[in-house]
Design a protein around this ligand. Structure first.
Ligand SMILES: Nc1ncnc2c1ncn2[C@@H]1O[C@H](COP(=O)(O)OP(=O)(O)O)[C@@H](O)[C@H]1O
Ligand SMILES: [Mg+2]
Length: 257
């Protein structure tokens, strides 16, 4: 029996006012898929991720989580998710990691990781703490549990943010340029963690400017151009023999730096 995709996006359209940002995008992530989203700045990559976990509304098209379609009320510019409980369930199952980490400055690393499982999911504090400490160990910052984000390097903060996302025990992880705010030597420690997650069979959507990361970790790469999928495929063929002139041009710029 074919399994249902963890995330399925069908013909999604999204505009900010008159600005059409997504013009009919479809994505299908099966369990264990690692899909990289690449494309120029402004092509709609972040918007797509944010629509996917319902941080942004979209006007047309469907979003399905494990086969369950998001229920909408209203149409077009007035369309919104109809069921707040469904939104919470989907959002906690598609945990997001942001470029700028978005850790709470007034909470220790451990408190950051525990915050949502305890306060949103109402899970048992002791169980969450044990899980949080194990995850901090896993991402290599077990000794930083009681430290505040400002006392850590960017690479450590991003690994804390990944531990926080994992502590929700999500079905999939959504990364938005997870290494873009980091110096090159700190990028690597985050890339190692992402590679380890890929090797574990985690389902992930990764927006990245790092073509080597996309080539190394993903089984599928999607090139977005101007709100549409211009080309997609396995990294080997996409990077080695791009078909579209736009993708060739994009790669000639982004492989150069
Ligand atoms: N909150 C917003 N309000 C208005 N326009 C936005 C907003 N967020 C993004 N945009 C516009 O949508 C387009 C796509 O943005 P984005 O998804 O952030 O692209 P990318 O992540 O690929 O760089 C850009 O033209 C951007 O200026
Ligand atoms: Mg972006």
């Amino acid at each position: 029996m074919p399994t249902l995709p963890v995330i399925e996006i069908r013909d999604l359209h999204k505009a900010y006012g008159a600005l059409e940002v997504l013009k009919g995008v479809s994505i299908n992530a099966q369990k264990g898929d690692v899909i990289s989203l690449i494309g120029s700045s402004g092509s709609g990559k972040s918007t797509l991720l944010r629509c996917c976990n319902l941080l942004e509304d979209s006007q047309q098209g469907e979003i399905l989580f494990k086969g369950e379609p998001v229920r909408w009320k209203g149409q077009g510019g007035n369309r919104q998710p109809a069921d707040r409980a469904q939104v919470t369930r989907i959002r906690t199952n598609l945990s997001m990691v942001f470029q700028s980490f978005n850790l709470w400055a007034h909470l220790s690393v451990l408190q950051n990781v525990m915050e949502a499982p305890v306060h949103v999911l109402k899970q048992d504090r002791a169980e969450v703490e044990a899980r949080a400490r194990a995850l901090l160990d896993k991402v290599g910052i077990g000794d930083k549990a009681d430290v505040y984000p400002a006392q850590m390097s960017g690479g450590q903060q991003q690994r804390a943010a990944i531990a926080r996302a994992l502590c929700m025990e999500p079905e999939a992880l959504l990364f938005d340029e997870p290494t873009s705010a980091l110096d090159p030597e700190l990028e690597q420690e985050v890339i190692r963690v992402i590679k380890a997650l890929a090797a574990e069979g985690r389902t992930m959507l990764i927006v990245t400017h790092d073509m080597r990361l996309a080539a190394d970790v993903s089984n599928h790469v999607v090139f977005l151009h101007d709100g549409q999928i211009e080309e997609q495929g396995p990294p080997d063929s996409l990077f080695k023999s791009p078909q579209s002139a736009r993708l060739r041009q994009f790669l000639s710029h982004s492989m150069a730096d």
